[in-house]
Design a protein around this ligand. Structure first.
Ligand SMILES: [Zn+2]
Length: 393
């Protein structure tokens, strides 16, 4: 595409990302194809089987290599397919026509300056948990956003515990015009709110979220296993060749270098991904995790009443979607993760209950179901303690 040299001094980063999304997998496929040839033909057949007559070792290398490569490819394809078909986007609360109307109203408003805008700025500041800041040059915008949020409040159905802003309001995404359930975040890469968003992955051209996290973990596991397996067998056969005065084969030596690099890279990613799954954290939640504080809106149940007084030591609120119910606005202690249900429970929430689920990339993890009226994701001990503290027992 032609571009003006006057104000485009560097290459367009989005174009680089687009090309790298095509070129990087091609390079990886070429390397994997060549590594498969060296491992199966050069290592297993020529050396282990023909040169050293180690039939069992040759078969073991071929089988283990093929199975783990097949599983890695299967996980990658399942990841890709899920990114395309079920990426866990939240439904948009606004149609394209609404968007056009809103923008034209914004343009008219921009022409009107004065007292109204100053009030609007104050309105904008009330949007504690929203994505668009009140620093918007169009001051009328803030009031409009606030009004839209209030209009939509009736449609909000609160669970017994959910993340809210400091005033107890559920979290609103102004770009998608929707209520954000717990752990959902707006991804600027795809322009949508995504449930349990982890990160945008350029390798699959989409977001790793609650539906894709399981396949991502499985893929990184098989890829790391493959890299370590190739490194170890290649190094063992190279050592055997030297020991038997066959010298050093160039292809095996190059493969040793590649598999060493891939081992560092893939075990690092897998180790980090597994660590996050064990702690039930997304990449977003892990940022500043030691100081993270969540505002939670918690349903006040009859057992919370003490004596005949309704004087609570916390602020309360209510929602039109839950008539008659009182909610306490509580704050978690800094660094507490409300969704931490213990390492085993955390891992099962992503991978599944059965051992087969852990290894095979077929079913979605339990963290994708949100039928419970209690909360979007099971809450752990931190929330139980918080409730006990607030209820005073
Ligand atoms: Zn959004």
């Amino acid at each position: 595409m032609a571009s003006s040299a006057a104000h485009v001094p560097g290459p367009n980063p989005q174009a680089i990302a687009r090309y790298s999304a095509i070129i990087v997998p091609l390079i990886i496929t070429a390397i994997v194809g060549w590594a498969s040839y060296v491992t199966i033909v050069q290592v297993a057949v020529y050396r282990l089987l023909q040169r050293y007559h180690q039939r069992a070792a040759a078969i073991a290398v071929i089988v283990l290599y093929s199975v783990s490569l097949f599983m890695a490819a299967l996980c990658y394809l399942r990841l890709l397919q899920t990114v395309w078909t079920n990426p866990a986007y939240l439904p948009l609360g606004r149609t394209k026509a609404d968007e056009r109307r809103r923008k034209s109203r914004g343009r008219i408003r921009r022409k009107l300056r004065g007292k109204h805008e100053r009030e609007a700025e104050e309105g904008g500041h009330l949007d504690g948990g929203s994505d668009v800041t009140a620093n918007d040059p169009d001051l009328g915008w803030g009031l409009e956003q606030h009004a839209e949020k209030i209009r939509n409040l009736e449609a909000f159905r609160p669970k017994e515990v959910f993340v809210c802003d400091y005033e107890g309001m559920p979290i609103w995404c102004e770009k998608c015009a929707c209520w954000k359930p717990d752990r959902a975040h707006h991804s600027s890469d795809v322009g949508r709110c995504v449930r349990r968003l982890d990160h945008f992955c350029p390798w699959v051209g989409g977001v790793v979220s609650e539906t894709t996290m399981k396949f991502f973990i499985q893929f990184t596991f098989y890829a790391a296993f493959l890299a370590v397996f190739v490194l170890v067998t290649d190094a063992a056969v190279l050592a055997k060749d030297r020991h038997n005065d066959y010298g050093t084969n160039a292809q095996l030596a190059v493969l040793l270098g590649f598999s060493g690099l891939f081992t560092l890279f893939s075990t690092g990613i897998f180790g980090n991904t597994l660590h996050m799954a064990l702690s039930n954290l997304t990449s977003i939640e892990a940022i500043n995790k030691g100081n993270n504080t969540y505002h939670l809106s918690v349903l006040v149940t009859p057992v919370w009443y003490r004596g005949d007084t309704n004087e609570y030591p916390f602020r309360t609120t209510s929602y039109p979607g839950a008539p008659g119910a009182t909610y306490a606005i509580l704050f978690t202690h800094p660094g507490d993760n409300p969704w931490d249900v213990g390492w085993f429970g955390n891992l099962k929430s992503v991978l599944g209950e059965s051992v087969l689920d852990w290894w095979v990339p077929l079913r979605y993890g339990p963290c994708t179901t949100h039928d419970s009226l209690e909360s979007d994701f099971p809450m752990g001990k931190a929330v139980d303690d918080l409730k006990k503290e607030a209820a005073g027992f």
